[in-house]
Design a protein around this ligand. Structure first.
Ligand SMILES: NC(=O)c1ccc[n+]([C@@H]2O[C@H](COP(=O)([O-])OP(=O)(O)OC[C@H]3O[C@@H](n4cnc5c(N)ncnc54)[C@H](O)[C@@H]3O)[C@@H](O)[C@H]2O)c1
Ligand SMILES: N[C@@H](CC=O)C(=O)O
Length: 495
């Protein structure tokens, strides 16, 4: 098959009871009756408004956060841990509410949204546990004339900017370590998926997070927002998750005030499947790495390299898996793939597919936009994708599995590393030496070995090259919100 086919699957519809439940959760947030409209990406339906805050409003929030942060910085690690534990318990108790909200505003299937609630809440629990281990050190000067006490304290007021693809996890991965370290925050979620942030921040308040410590700002002019708040002297830190282009702009502004900066940016993950891989395990892993979040993930398998000896079997098996996926509203029964976030994203999938086919790729399944008011694109597999195709060089951010073939280990590593990005990579082989040697040679911040979802609150998530700076999750994620200082204590030798 070399050209687009009609996908005969019918879309799964949302269940009315789940839609009503999600709407009740949105209505409970207490949002304005006008402002910026938020829509369900699966239906295009308007689901609520958020405030369009101007620069003066954003700077007011900076002032509120600055005041609250000064008091919070003086709390003990145990006090901060207790508040974060309480927030974690509240998040878990509201799993259903949050999951329905995520699906309604972002589109991912409800089962995946529940998974995000677990993943996102795990960051809060992890940093509740890390809060009482702020780190520090005691050293002796080599000449014996001093002791050096190394202390870690809060970096100060942090501005957090998050994307739409994981509305909960991208927020908690930043807010929780900031609070654990003793910082206040101003957070700007994406306008496409703001409700989850408003909702979980309200849960944080109910759990005992002091007023003014977490401030949510939504705006239609994000550039005005960042230009103003990142130049404000009260702000000491910026943490951004989003595209590399916007990350570069924010780093340029942050350089003015020499702000501590964490940047979680774009990816172009290679997945390497060797002849000696377990076929079933490799198909499961690549399927997960591709289809998690509908492919709208920074660590999604972007370039799938399969060694010649296993390639035909692998492609057949992955094609069957993708062709069997139920597509539809995330609040439907059995939906495994929801909509793209917006029409532009769905159109981009169609363009990428057309470009690849024009350049010689073979379409094995999918390749069609569904005829619906939503933004659906069928799970797609393109085989024999030329390295020059757009789908092989740009971040796909959608459900297209783009397969290329390779012969040798050296060849595939050179191809895998031939990108300015360096976030995630995947290796599938049953040979442990090969797995570790290839992982060592991949220029990525994280490597999934025989599995497709490597993210974990205990792992230092982050990229190399133009995929970013800094780490989120784990002990390293706390350090991003800490200043390191030392006291030099003079010592006289005993008489
Ligand atoms: N490395 C990671 O951990 C990670 C995680 C999720 C997403 N991403 C990346 O994010 C991208 C997709 O997300 P997106 O489309 O929302 O990205 P985006 O860069 O367009 O937007 C991200 C956020 O930045 C805001 N923003 C945009 N311009 C801004 C400006 N000038 N000043 C301040 N804020 C601004 C947006 O409103 C949104 O809140 C992909 O490239 C993906 O790889 C990376
Ligand atoms: N997929 C990432 C987030 C980026 O999209 C994760 O696993 O945390």
């Amino acid at each position: 098959m070399t050209s687009a086919t009609v996908d005969t699957r019918t879309l799964v519809s949302a269940r009315a009871d789940r839609m009503n439940y999600a709407n009740d959760v949105i209505n409970s947030i207490g949002l304005p009756t006008s402002g910026t409209s938020v829509n369900d990406p699966a239906t295009g339906e308007h689901i609520g408004y958020i405030p369009d805050v101007d620069v003066a409003g954003a700077l007011e929030a900076v002032g509120v956060a600055d005041n609250a942060g000064r008091a919070w910085a003086r709390t003990t690690p145990r006090e901060r841990a207790n508040v974060l534990h309480a927030w974690y318990d509240t998040l878990v108790a509201h799993t259903e509410e949050i999951a329905h909200l995520i699906t309604r505003e972002m589109g991912k299937p409800l089962a995946e949204a529940r998974g995000e609630v677990k993943y996102g809440s795990d960051f809060v629990r992890w940093y509740a546990e890390e809060a009482v281990r702020p780190g520090g050190d005691f050293r002796e000067a080599p000449d014996g004339g001093a002791n050096i006490v190394v202390r870690r304290g809060p970096v100060g007021l942090a501005v957090l900017i998050t994307p739409w693809n994981f509305p909960l996890a991208m927020a908690t991965r930043k807010i929780a370590p900031a609070l654990a370290a003793g910082c206040a925050v101003v957070i700007k979620p994406a306008n496409l998926t703001p409700f989850t942030t408003f909702y979980v921040v309200e849960l944080a308040r109910q759990a005992g997070v002091p007023e003014g410590l977490i401030n949510v700002i939504t705006t239609e002019k994000p550039a005005d927002f960042s230009n103003a708040v990142l130049r404000d002297e009260r702000v000491r830190k910026v943490s951004f998750t989003g595209s590399t282009g916007v990350g570069r702009q924010l780093m340029a502004i942050a350089s003015g005030g020499v702000l501590r900066s964490s940047m979680e940016l774009g990816g172009n993950a290679p997945a390497l499947v060797f002849d000696d891989a377990d076929l079933e395990r490799a198909v499961d892993g690549v399927f997960a790495a591709k289809l998690r979040n509908g492919g709208q993930s920074c660590i999604a398998a972007n370039r799938i390299y399969v060694q010649s000896g296993i390639a035909d079997d692998f492609v057949d098996a992955l094609t069957d898996r993708l062709a069997a996926v139920d597509v539809g509203h995330g609040l439907g029964d059995g939906t495994a793939l929801g909509p793209m976030i917006d029409r532009r994203a769905a159109t981009k999938m169609a363009e990428l597919t057309r470009d690849a086919i024009r350049r010689g790729a073979q379409l094995r399944t999918g390749g069609v936009e569904f005829d619906s008011p939503g933004n659906f694109f069928a799970p797609t597999l393109l085989d024999h994708v030329p390295a020059s195709a757009d789908v092989a060089v740009s971040e796909i951010f959608g459900p297209i599995a783009a397969v290329q073939r390779f012969d040798t280990e050296d060849e595939v590593i050179a191809r895998a590393n031939d990108t300015e990005f360096g976030l995630a990579g995947y290796v599938f082989t049953e040979n442990l030496d090969r797995a570790l040697n290839v992982a060592d040679r991949l220029e990525t911040g994280l490597v999934g070995i025989n599995q497709g979802v490597p993210s974990n609150a205990a792992a230092p998530f982050g990229g190399l090259k133009q995929s970013g700076l800094g780490r989120e999750g784990s002990a390293e994620g706390l350090e991003e919100y800490q200043n390191v200082r030392f006291y030099n204590i003079a010592r006289r030798p005993s008489a």
